[in-house]
Design a protein around this ligand. Sequence first.
Ligand code: PFF
Length: 464
Amino acid sequence: MNTKKKSGFSGSIGFVLAAAGSAVGVGNIWRFPYLVARDGGGLFILVYLCLVLTFGFVLLTTDIAIGRKTGKNAWEAFSSIHPKWGFLGKLTFLVPILIITYYTVIGGWILKYAFTFLLGQGHLAAQNDYFTSFITNPSSSIIFMLLFLAITALIVYRGVEKGIERFSTYAMPVLLVIIVGIAIYSLTLNFTDANGITRTGLQGLGVYLIPNFDGLTFTKFLNIVLDAMSQVFFSLSVSMGIMITYGSYVKKDVNLNTSIAQIEFFDTAVGLIAGLMIIPAVYVFTGMDGMAEGPSLMFVSLPKVFDSMGVAGPIIGSLFFIMILFAALTSSISIMETLVANFMTIFHKERKKTSLQIGTFAAISAIFICLGYNVFYFEYTLPNGVVGQLLDIVDYISNFFLMPLISLFTCVFIGWVVKPKWIAEEMELGNVKFQRKHLYNFMIRYIIPIVMVFLFIKSTGLFI
Ligand code: PFF
């Protein structure tokens, strides 16, 4: 018998903050705002909210309840429920393996910008080729990636309660205060450009919130729904085994219904406030042109915005990159923790040694990703039409291809093989009410499997 105490969260708040820390990341602060700007403002927000409360809720509940009920990681959890479904645990485990290879690279970019702004060199970051010359220089992008990875590994090395929980308990409230502060500041901005056109933060608020139905067709609406759906997955960190691992650390007396609602709320609120912070500011200084999707919004447009702010620019810029650094760290910690926890059970090794080994694997693979922008540079057109490099390919395989597949299998497994009652028992532990139970049962058996088949087929790019 294993007499070693399994590490875990000290209580409900620690769990909620760590899970929200995993959920709140680059996805909320950078990806959510540009999707809103691209996909019809308030229209996208409405679609997104509906999906979080239905699809997001079901997937998050399933992951966390599986984790807590089995007390195991994805690798073992599925096989412990049903021996024939062990393959699903292995498949799920693939996602964090893929994600860690590039998330630390993006973390390194953020760290570099945080340094640049803190050193008072924000004006350099506002130059057009700053970002490109940084990522095309192999040594500097690798150095910052390694630094970011070292911080992540150190926190995971310290364990769940002393490392992850403690860090999230400080980082998440700080993040919230900074983001709300910058959002309020952003709404008060105004700027007159070279053509004499004055734009205000409140007009930017309109661009962000007012639903835009211009030229809306059925196909366009479908694309908006698909964008919102992939954002729900990525943003809530579901279907990648991470929430199963975190669920396994939760004590039995915690009411999962409340915690899940809080995580949903926190994650969505941060996305919404991040939009309030970014869209009005980018609109005021660069009009609709600066709203481009992809890394350029965060690493090219925003530094220009900070540079135009005058004396406040370096301060706001530094705060912004420190905040997003915290958000990225709590997310990369959750990916690494999932890997470490799974490896500990597979190889029966202790935490410290495993953290070092996973850290080494992550470093080597991330070096390849960094080199994808210089030494190994090539261009590849993905099934969704995006021309990308190594990082985009790995991101596509994990987020567009594997996640719908895993969600599909998980929903069929829970909805039809184990039956939703199995989850309900865990949600009702301690005689609490399983809120949205009927919605859960209906979605997991019928709606989600159908939608996931569609998403998966679409991701292959072969038919649709
Ligand atoms: N949910 C995080 C975000 O929105 O940025 C991203 C993320 C975290 C993705 C952890 C994957 C992951 F394993």
